[in-house]
Every structure is written in structure tokens, then in C-alpha cells.
Design a protein around this ligand. Structure first.
Ligand code: NAD
Length: 378
């Protein structure tokens, strides 16, 4: 069986779905690996390193002879037209609101797997692309904030005077938020954080940050069985906004990471709150691609308002740290691919009863099979 790793067609996507390490592992599984020339360039992996690991270097057209295609982003309709029916495609499929794209993969006969639907169970931790990428995004958010902050983060006592420590407030203490807290702490900032899930409180404290939240009855029940946040009531959101408004006015850097699966990101920072911040303050909105947590955040831009507050809304933040992000992403994909290969026959064996397959398989044998995307029969 042949695995193909294309160069991503989206110019804004520097990541690649394989690394020299995963190429070696795929070869050891008995797979042939073809990497499109230049696929790793933006992630600092030259063709020669893929070759040394055992891959052959090809071109985009090699997709048509592959049995398995590993990608970062969902294939475009152009790409799909070059794939054979029956090809396994594994990527971040971003399928919500793109039923047309899901249908197109079904019609093309692809077995399309959405990595972001991997269940958060122990066995699948090594395959969890949301965690591996969010972790790096949380780190990068602090680095991006520091780059535009124009002041030092740690307190510095010098002969010429003292630079005060920056106050950093992290909103949403999931994977990205916790890494942002840890990174800001390492840089010497004074860190506070908030979340709607009670489990976050202890995790925030264990990183040496102070937890700030409305801890009412609704808060105590705000976590789903899957460990995700629920959308909060209007009454809770109002109480949260009042608390945040008061706290945020005293902060130098705010990093927002709040997401709710399958829903637009909750609005946590209003224009009035932004206006109340000190000149020179920085907000980084990691949720900007999902509608944003911050009013006035613009996808792909850093905007400074009249008050001198900069709102950073960079897209694809894991892609800003692409060399690290690709290594982890490639490893996530390999770990999943390994479960689809029969160790004895070295052939593809998709077990439709496996809970990982059930959760991630969008289309198979000409049909849309994922329950969230099958249309009711009329
Ligand atoms: P996420 O990216 O979906 O959301 C980021 C954070 O925003 C979450 O902590 C969420 O509670 C928070 N949030 C949502 N609405 C908010 C609001 N109105 N105000 C403030 N915060 C709000 O979350 P995530 O990073 O994917 O993590 C979700 C949970 O899953 C965490 O408990 C995490 O530890 C857990 N997790 C488990 C595994 C595993 O067991 N394999 C892997 C990764 C994450």
C-alpha cells in the first residue's frame, strides 16, 4: 500500500502531515511512502530528509496512485478530482457548515477521516490533534503577545529602576489556555485565569496562577461527560461579564482561548472592556477563526485601537510554529494510521466497529456515514 503526503495547497498552511520519524515508522509497517516535493519546506523539513527516512519524492499527481493520503487540511474539490475512489484520506476536515464538502468526499468514494473528532479516551491521546496543536498555540499566543507588548514581562530590578511584571489574564483554561498560563509564568508574568468548567480551577492553581470565575450552581455543572464546556445561560454570561470587566481593566495582556464544540466561540470581551484597558495593553484572541472571543478582533490581523490597545487575531496559530506543530501532528496521524493497518497482511483493515473509526469516519464506500452529517432520508 502506498501513502502519499502532499504539499498543502492552502498558501496559509505551512504544516505537513508527515515527518522523517513517521516516514520511518510507516516504512516499518510495510507501507510505501511518497512525499510531494517541497511538502515539508515551510516546516523546515527538506525533501532530502524525507528521502533519507525512506520516502520517495514525487509530485501532486502521485495522489492518484495512493491508497492513503495524509493531509493537514480537508482536500479541495480540485485535489479530490485527482484521487482514486477507495482512497483513505486522513486530515483535519473542519466539516461543520461544509456539508457540500463532506458530500463531495462521499461521492468521490473516499474513506475520509476527521482527526478532530478523535474521542478523548486514554487509548487515543497520542492521536489527539486538537491537544497537540492547541498546546503549541497556547505557547505561541504568549510569544505573539510579548512581541507586540513593547514592555518586559518579568519584573526587572536594575540600577536604573524597576520594570514591573506584566499582568496576564488567560480566558479559557483548556489545553491552549493551560499552556499559555505556563508560558506566561515562565516569562515571569503575574497570571490569572478563568474558565466555566470547575475542573479547571485546580489545574490553574497547580500552574501557579490565580483562578477568577463566577462559581455558582451553573458553574458546578458546566462540564460535559466529554470534558468540554457547555454553552452558558444568559444570566451566567452577564455575571461573568461583570466580573471580567472589572478584572480586565487592570491587565496588561489578555489571552482568550474559549471554545464550545460545534458552536460559535463565546463572546467574552466586549468593545467597552477593550476600551477600559490601559494604552499599550495586548489581547490575543485564539478563537478568532471560530467567531472570536473578543469584540473587534479581526481574523489574520493585529489591530490597534484609538486607545492604544492591540487586538491580535492571527489565523492558524499552530502554523506560526510550524516545525514543532508538524512533528506532533505527523505523530498523531501515524498513531491513528497504525490502527488501520493489519499487522499480518500489512493491508488496510478499517474496522467499522472500532470506536475510533466510528467517531472519525465521515464518508466510506460512496456514502456519508458520520451521524452528524448523514441527511435524513426523505
Ligand atoms: P476547548 O478548546 O474546547 O475550549 C477551551 C477552553 O475554553 C475550555 O477549557 C472551556 O471550558 C473554556 N470555555 C468555554 N466557554 C467558556 C466561557 N464562556 N468562559 C470561559 N471559558 C470558557 O477545550 P480543550 O482545550 O479541548 O479542553 C477541554 C477539556 O478536555 C479539558 O478538560 C481538557 O483537559 C480535556 N482534554 C482531555 C484529553 C484526554 O483525556 N485525552 C485530551 C485533551 C483535553
Amino acid at each position: 500500500r502506498t501513502v502519499f503526503i502532499p504539499k498543502e495547497v492552502d498558501q496559509a498552511e505551512p504544516r505537513v502531515a508527515a515527518s522523517p520519524d513517521t516516514v520511518k515508522r510507516m516504512k516499518a509497517l510495510g507501507l510505501d511512502v511518497v512525499v510531494e516535493s517541497g511538502a515539508g519546506t515551510a516546516s523546515r523539513i527538506p525533501d532530502a530528509e524525507f528521502e533519507k527516512a525512506g520516502a520517495s519524492i514525487g509530485s501532486a499527481g502521485d495522489a492518484g496512485r495512493a491508497d492513503i493520503i495524509l493531509k493537514v487540511r480537508r482536500p479541495t474539490s480540485d485535489e479530490i478530482s485527482g484521487y482514486r475512489s477507495g482512497t483513505v484520506v486522513i486530515a483535519i476536515m473542519d466539516p461543520y457548515d461544509r456539508q457540500d464538502a463532506v458530500d463531495a468526499m462521499g461521492e468521490a468514494g473516499l474513506s475520509a477521516f476527521a482527526m478532530e473528532f478523535m474521542p478523548r479516551i486514554t487509548r487515543a491521546q497520542v492521536m489527539d490533534v486538537l491537544s497537540s496543536q492547541a498546546n503549541l498555540a497556547g505557547y505561541q499566543a504568549v510569544v505573539d503577545a510579548a512581541a507586540v507588548y513593547d514592555r518586559a514581562l518579568p519584573m526587572m530590578m536594575t540600577a536604573a529602576g524597576t520594570v514591573p511584571a506584566a499582568k496576564v489574564f488567560v480566558m479559557g483554561a483548556g489545553v491552549a489556555g493551560l499552556q499559555a498560563i505556563a508560558t506566561a509564568r515562565r516569562l515571569g508574568a503575574v497570571v490569572t485565569a478563568t474558565d466555566v468548567r470547575p475542573a479547571a480551577k485546580e489545574q490553574v492553581a497547580s500552574l501557579g496562577a490565580k483562578f477568577v470565575a463566577v462559581e455558582d450552581e451553573e458553574f458546578k455543572a458546566a462540564e460535559t461527560a466529554g470534558g468540554y464546556a457547555k454553552e452558558m445561560s444568559k444570566a451566567y454570561q452577564d455575571k461573568q461579564a461583570a466580573l471580567v470587566a472589572e478584572h480586565i481593566a487592570k491587565q496588561d495582556i489578555v489571552i482568550t482561548t474559549a471554545l464550545i464544540p460545534g458552536r460559535p466561540a463565546p463572546k467574552l470581551v466586549s468593545a467597552a472592556m477593550v476600551a477600559a484597558m490601559k494604552p499599550g495593553s495586548v489581547i490575543v484572541d485564539l478563537a478568532v477563526e471560530r467567531g472570536g472571543n473578543v469584540e473587534g478582533a479581526k481574523p489574520g490581523e493585529a489591530v490597534t485601537n484609538d486607545n492604544g490597545v492591540t487586538i491580535v487575531g492571527y489565523n492558524n496559530v499552530p502554523g506560526r510554529i510550524a516545525a514543532s506543530a508538524s512533528l506532533l501532528y505527523a505523530r498523531n496521524l501515524f498513531a491513528f494510521l497504525e490502527t488501520l493497518i493489519d499487522k499480518n497482511t500489512r493491508d488496510l483493515a478499517i474496522d467499522r466497529d472500532d470506536e475510533l473509526v466510528k467517531a472519525t469516519l465521515l464518508t466510506h464506500e460512496g456514502q456519508v456515514v458520520h451521524p452528524n452529517f448523514t441527511r435524513p432520508v426523505v
